[in-house]
Design a protein around this ligand. Structure first.
Ligand SMILES: [Zn+2]
Length: 279
C-alpha cells in the first residue's frame, strides 16, 4: 500500500498536499524563547525555520468521498515560484477526479484550509469540486464575517468561503456533527473558535484528522506552545492537552496535515514524555 494511504477498518484515508509553507521561529512562535528550541532542532529546517506541509485528506467512507481541507489555493500570478498551489496536480497524480468528492469539510476557515474551495471564472466563482457540499462550523462562519477579525485572521474568506453561500453550497455544523456513519466532526476550539477535528471509527479502529490543534510534532509534548495563528491561546492549550492525552491513551491514529507529509502517526510515551511516531 502506498504510504500516502492508510486504512482504518473499512475506511480509506489518502493524504494529499497543496505544497508547503515556511516561517521564521520568531514570526510563527513569537512567545517561545529561541533557546527552548535547542532540544527540537531535528524538527527545524537547516535555516532554523519551521516548515509546514499543507495537507488535505481524502476519506472514502460507506460510498462517500469526503475531502478534509482544501489547501492554500492557486499560486498568485505575481509569485509563480511559490512552494504551494499543488493540490489539483496532486489529485491528478493520484488518479482522483475532483468530481468524485461529494463532501468538503473544513477543519476551520484559515486561509491555508479553504484555498481550493472555488475557482474564479471571470466575474463569478465556481466550485472546484462540482458535486460537493461544503461543511464548516457555524462559529467559524460567523467569526469570518466580523469586520474587526476577518482581514487579519480570514484574509481569503471573501474569495474562498463567502461565495459558497451565494452558490447555495454551505452546510453549517453546530457542535459535534455526524458526517457519515463512520465520520464525526468534534469541536476542538482555540486555534479558531469553531475549529473541528474529524474522528474516523470503523470496525473497532480509530483515527483523527487533527486539523490545526497542533502545527508541529514538538507540540505533542509541548502542549503549551501556542503560535501567532492560535486565536485563543489559553483555550488552544486546554484543547491540545486534552486531545494529546486522549490520543495517547486510546492509541488513536493521527492524520496531521501540517506535520511532514503524509502526516500519519501515533502519540507514544517514552521515558515520561510524549512523542510523535510517524507511521
Ligand atoms: Zn493551518
Amino acid at each position: 500500500m502506498a504510504n500516502n494511504v492508510i486504512r482504518v477498518g473499512d475506511v480509506g484515508i489518502m493524504a494529499l498536499s497543496d505544497g508547503m509553507l515556511e516561517f521564521d521561529l520568531c514570526n510563527f512562535f513569537p512567545t517561545i524563547p529561541p533557546d527552548s528550541w535547542r532540544q527540537y532542532e531535528s524538527h527545524l529546517t537547516e535555516e532554523h525555520k519551521v516548515r509546514f506541509n499543507l495537507g488535505s485528506y481524502l476519506i472514502r467512507s460507506g460510498g462517500r468521498t469526503v475531502l478534509v481541507d482544501t489547501g492554500l489555493g492557486p499560486k498568485p500570478a505575481d509569485a509563480p515560484d511559490a512552494p504551494w498551489g499543488q493540490l489539483m496536480h496532486d489529485f491528478q497524480a493520484k488518479g482522483v477526479p475532483p468530481e468524485d468528492v461529494d463532501t468538503v469539510v473544513m477543519t476551520h476557515l484559515h486561509r491555508d484550509h479553504v484555498g481550493w474551495n472555488l475557482v474564479a471564472q471571470g466575474e463569478k466563482y465556481v466550485p472546484t469540486f462540482p458535486h460537493a457540499r461544503y461543511w464548516m462550523s457555524a462559529k467559524d462562519w460567523e467569526v469570518c464575517h466580523e469586520p474587526d477579525v476577518q482581514p487579519q485572521r480570514f484574509p481569503n474568506a471573501p474569495a474562498c468561503v463567502w461565495p459558497l453561500a451565494e452558490l447555495g453550497l454551505v452546510e453549517l455544523m453546530k457542535g459535534e456533527h455526524s458526517i457519515t456513519r463512520e465520520l464525526t466532526a468534534l469541536p476542538t476550539p482555540g486555534h479558531t473558535p469553531g475549529h473541528m477535528s474529524i474522528l474516523i471509527t470503523s470496525q473497532g479502529e480509530r483515527a483523527l484528522v487533527l486539523g490545526d490543534a497542533a502545527h508541529s510534532p514538538v507540540q505533542v509534548h509541548e502542549t503549551d506552545w501556542v503560535s501567532r495563528a492560535d486565536m485563543d491561546p489559553e483555550l488552544t492549550r486546554q484543547t491540545r492537552r486534552a486531545l494529546m492525552e486522549r490520543l495517547e491513551r486510546e492509541a488513536i491514529i493521527v492524520a496531521a496535515g501540517h506535520f511532514q507529509a503524509p502526516g500519519f502517526g501515533r502519540i507514544v510515551r517514552l521515558q515520561g514524555r510524549r512523542y510523535w511516531h510517524g507511521l
